[in-house]
Design a protein around this ligand. Sequence first.
Ligand code: DGL
Length: 267
Amino acid sequence: MKNDAIGVFDSGMGGLTTVKELNALLPQENIIYFGDTARIPYGGKSPETVMRYAREDVAFLRQHAVKMIIAACGTVSSVVGEQPFVTDMPFTGVVLPAAEKACQVTKNKRIGVIGTTATVRSGSYERAIRKRCPDVVITAKACPLFVHLVESGYTDFHNPVTRLVAQEYLEPVRQAGVDTLILGCTHYPVIKDIIADYMGESVQLISPGVEAAQFAKACLSAQGLLTDRTTSGKNTYYVSDSPEMFVENAGHFLHRDVDGSVFRCSL
Ligand code: DGL
């Protein structure tokens, strides 16, 4: 069991931001990734649909030998919230580890949350933060265009379109005086520099993928499930749409070549 893979899923390729952190923290672990590229985006869909997709994604990962499942998708993590979802093996989404971290780092008790429409509508971050830190003021803002900008490669620090959209979305969050901002969607860490530049140096950005990877490491360690492999682990990717498109764009998220390890599958 300890040499089984960590299963990670997302609505598409954004979850690779979490895989990147897992590879850095746990280089000997094998990772099996499922990206539902045929059905992305999840972020504008109803909770019922997101939940149905998430169950199908998990069922796919279960066809492989996995010892833990991580929902890297901010939208799925938000819709699942704190309800029991996968109970027979370790499981985490990205919301709770990120909420925990935000509560630890905020000094002025003003936290911003940005994510997809479904994530913000779900109120998941507010609930998770308030449970840990009841007196915090939270400013949440849906930033749906960011996903399309990142997927279109508009990620350069000087890109005028992305900068303009960032200004439009982030102005009320900046006005609220937050000192901590949760990047509550898989794609946002890719444009972290633009977001950081607009928010200013005094605002600490939290990347949920980083926090989820750290949580996964602690969780596997506590349960004696870390691999005893001494060589590098390998990543295997499954996608529900064209592997070629995935190979082409994966570099934005992972900064590593995935060619040769991406396979098409149907749910
Ligand atoms: N992976 C999604 C999230 O983190 C973004 C893309 C989508 O809308 O499916 O919320």
